[in-house]
Design a protein around this ligand. Sequence first.
Ligand SMILES: *Cc1c(COP(=O)(O)O)cnc(C)c1O
Length: 359
Amino acid sequence: MRGWNFSAGPAALPEAVLRHAQEELLEWGDARASVMEVSHRGKAFEAVAAQAERDLRGLLGIPENYKVLFLQGGATQHFAQIPMNFCVDGQRADYIVTGHWGEKAVKEAAPYAKPHVAASSADSNYTVIPPRDSWDLDSEAAYVHYTPNETIHGVEFHEVPDVGGVPLVADMSSDILSRPIDVSRFGLIYAGAQKNIGPSGLVVLIVRDDLLQRNPRPLPKIFRYAEHAAQNSMLNTPNTWGWYLAGLTFQWLREQGGLAAMERRNREKADLMYEAIDLSGGYYRNPVEPSARSRMNVPFTLHDSALDALFLKESEAAGLLALKGHRAVGGMRASLYNALPVEGVRALADFMRDFAQRH
Ligand SMILES: *Cc1c(COP(=O)(O)O)cnc(C)c1O
């Protein structure tokens, strides 16, 4: 039997999406083959690809002057590819670092830009968001990069920061589609699919047209976003299976009532989790400043780490999967992405109260 899956990524997919894919796995439409076994340049796949883009545009309200790309390489490749495409050698790019992934993005940018950490909450072990008026931004920077949701530390921006006229670049790998956003505030949004979109191996990138005009260095076509945009993400063979599943997820999101409905549900789930932690009398703890707490990833520790192994063993036996925390933070982590129903979070909160009673 499937359990409630709290994995941080690759993460739970909507059960309805998996069933749909299962039903047509062997014979997809009229293809007499699976979707994985047909040409990406055939009419049938092209229709799926275009529909997925239309649905994503509808869900996020993506304006006309943005391209949507379906790429590969994971978010990690794009840590490097973004400065490669948008910075001349040694040009300053500002980074707001509120956790592990922001740190990585800075390191990967270094060969192509001069990444400047304009603000960091490393001093607090990434439990706060540095106040906006403390950020050391340069109006000449190539862009400002931030991580709206830090998946490991469980720190989330609840508002889009104002960075003036400099393009804002966001690694939305772990919170894209979790609530409505105003895409026009961003120059570039990118997200690895395996948290809130589909299977790993796919990266969705939403980029404003004017950024694609930048041409800071000679690059192989495969690394140039403008080339991918000109070829509708079919410069070479895309991840067709990932693109198809992403499309099914977008349809599922529409059926759920879109992103406003997801936001309500995600808030309810996060409230259940933080309540179970905060009302435990110190049995469970989450270190993040309340205004910066993530709705997607909830790290927590037990008052005595000697109980960790037992907590994991009993929770797994109760059908609550993948709660072990990241080694950088320790303890537990419950990831509450779109595909995890409220019911699953209720089961975890009940389990936590029961566990605290018994141990
Ligand atoms: C998971 C994650 C990444 C890394 O993604 P890969 O696909 O493994 O490269 C980067 N940024 C954030 C915010 C993530 O959650």
